[in-house]
Unconditional design. Sequence first.
Length: 246
Amino acid sequence: MRLLEDAQRSPIHRPVDPKKLARKPLFKAEQRKGRQTISTVVSVPEPDESEQPPTSETLTSEVDGATLHTQIQHHLLSLGAEMGFDVWVARNDRSRTCNGKVLAEMNKMSSELPTQFNEATNRTIELIDVLWLKGNSIVAAFEVECTTAVYSGLLRMSDLLALQPNLEIKLYLVAPDERREKVEREILRPTFKLRDKPLHEVCGFLAFSVLMEKVEGIRRLGLADSLKPDFLEKTAEFFGTESDSE
């Protein structure tokens, strides 16, 4: 205790090598190639620490201090719970609030992820903006991109598919209507398109206006508890599929 009190009274500042601070942890992962299982290590991209500085557009879209990103997460979490699913919000967003409610305290919020995945996969999954869960399965995954780079959300989904190539999961990138062309350009990048399972075939684009129109209609008619999640697959736009089949 005396040593701690001395250190508190006379702290010694020791600089830390910035390279060490920037170093990313590595996680073990396995990949199947034919009949062989190859072990490797991978890094998991961390989310941006904060959204970009708010513009006049994002400021006017705030409700009770909640950013547009948080509002969309709130709607997706609420809808998933109303449909009977357990839900998950990204680890770094759990303390955010919307409509006076902390996201981590919303109805049917899961405190743990499915346990059948390796550490690298779980690290990737826990950073996805919203998940709908049923038992030990992921029904749907949503990345919401308002002011941050569209590429980061797509990269997280691509990493998930690379780590678990046999995983059958519905992926959606949710973004403002005016970002549609950017989403299309990014998802059709060669790094995503030239995969064994091209990302544009399994990840659909949901424009905010389309999503909110559906959500409001579902709630107005009281249809949530009778809906199946594949309604989103019919609502979302999938880029590149027509031109690829020609």
